[in-house]
Design a protein around this ligand. Structure first.
Ligand SMILES: *Cc1c(COP(=O)(O)O)cnc(C)c1O
Length: 395
């Protein structure tokens, strides 16, 4: 534990209410604090360390890159960036990639692409972007305007013009979509921050149909669901859709900051030299981390492991629910993005679990979010469940 005095005198802006733990090092599914206490990390740094902490293959590639070239501007070709874009487009239904440094920036790029595609390519007046209630798309002005949660927007009005929010998983609401005013729909296939709410398959397919009929771009925010989190490399693969645009960040660099906005060839026509940019976007180190991360997905059986672990964790959580039916109302999610809907405040459960050296997250006031590394083991899942059982017994 850090010296409390040091914490209260911190020069860091208090935008997070931090837990009284100071992290020092990590490996695989474990993270150690500065006092040497070991925690089982079932947060994965919020869906970032999908391959576990400090994955060897990524570390080696980044180390090599550290010895040659850290940064060069996007005014020159960057081989690792070219390779990462080629790999991402080979693995997805997309043709072009724009690189940036975070999730918010990836969504910002998608929002800009949608507006410019409408205006410049289609010569249309439509500029509205439809998102969904309880969504989360980031913290920049455009992405918080896109976010369907008032608490994220609190104090930042006026919001950016041209966003509206429909109820999630609501088929009737889709009738309101019109290509006359809407240029794009942006959605999460599992709402992460909003409470671990998976989209219904039929609803998503109906949404894609409606978008196609109205000439509206379908854009999926896979910043949390992507890179194997839900059991497939991208969650959209499980929905039988081919979105026009997809955004990635969190898991893409295994902890190295990187974001990406992918678009099919048609939508990608919106961006030409000068339309958009980023100093650091796809820089040699970040692109190398992304490339090495995807290499692991191609060479190891990560997705099979993730699927197996996902089923095992889901069953274990359902057993827990059966033991504590008054405290756990629902278990939901996809792959290794799972949530427990609880009757007590989720933060109490998160705090008690941390005291027992297991890290989990909240997703809204009464949802405990569990995001193990995809590489976790049944033994680690058992250890997490033993602690959760203790916690629910104490409540
Ligand atoms: C985390 C997240 C973002 C924002 O990513 P940052 O890297 O924090 O800007 C956007 N959308 C979703 C779905 C996320 O989970």
């Amino acid at each position: 534990m850090p010296n409390p005095q040091v914490v209260s005198e911190s020069s860091v802006m208090p935008t997070y209410s931090r837990f009284p733990v100071e992290m020092a090092k990590a490996k695989g599914s474990y993270i150690w604090d500065s006092e040497g206490l070991r925690y089982l990390d079932f947060t994965s740094g919020i869906a970032v360390c999908n391959l576990g902490h400090v994955p060897e293959q990524v570390k080696e590639k980044v180390e090599e890159q550290l010895n040659t070239l850290w940064h060069c501007s996007n005014l020159y070709h960057i081989p690792a960036q070219e390779q990462l874009a080629a790999k991402l487009t080979a693995l997805s239904c997309h043709d072009k990639v724009f690189f940036c440094n975070s999730g918010a920036e990836a969504n910002e790029a998608a929002i800009k692409l949608a507006r410019r595609y409408s205006k410049k390519v289609k010569q249309s007046e439509a500029f509205e972007i439809v998102t969904f209630k309880h969504s989360f798309h980031g913290r920049t002005m455009a992405t918080l305007s896109a976010t369907g949660q008032e608490k994220i927007q609190d104090g930042f009005v006026p919001l950016l013009e041209g966003f509206s929010y429909l109820p999630y998983n609501d088929s009737e609401a889709l009738e309101q979509l019109s290509g006359q005013k809407t240029c794009a729909v942006l959605l999460e296939l599992v709402q992460g921050e909003g409470g671990v709410i998976p989209a219904d398959l039929e609803w998503v397919q109906a949404l894609e149909k409606k978008c196609q009929a109205e000439g509206i771009l379908l854009m999926v925010d896979e910043i949390q669901t992507g890179i194997g989190r839900t059991g497939t490399l991208f969650a959209y693969e499980q929905y039988g859709i081919l979105p026009d645009v997809m955004t990635l960040a969190k898991g893409l660099g295994s902890g190295f900051p990187i974001g990406a906005m992918l678009a099919k060839a048609e939508a990608a026509k919106a961006f030409e030299p000068g339309s958009h940019g980023s100093t650091f976007g796809g820089n040699p180190l970040a692109a190398t981390a992304g490339l090495a991360t995807l290499d692991v997905f191609e060479s190891d059986e990560i997705l099979e492991t993730a699927q197996k672990n996902g089923k095992y964790l889901l069953t274990a959580l359902q057993d827990l629910q059966a033991q504590f039916p008054d405290q756990i109302k629902e278990v939901r999610g996809k792959g290794l993005l799972l949530g427990l809907v609880t009757t007590t405040e989720a933060i109490k459960i998160v705090n008690k679990a941390r005291d027992l050296q297991v890290l989990v997250l909240v997703a809204g006031p009464n949802v405990v979010r569990i995001l193990p590394p995809l590489t976790t083991t049944e033994a680690e899942i058992d250890a997490c469940l033993a602690v959760l059982k203790d916690v629910f017994q104490q409540l």
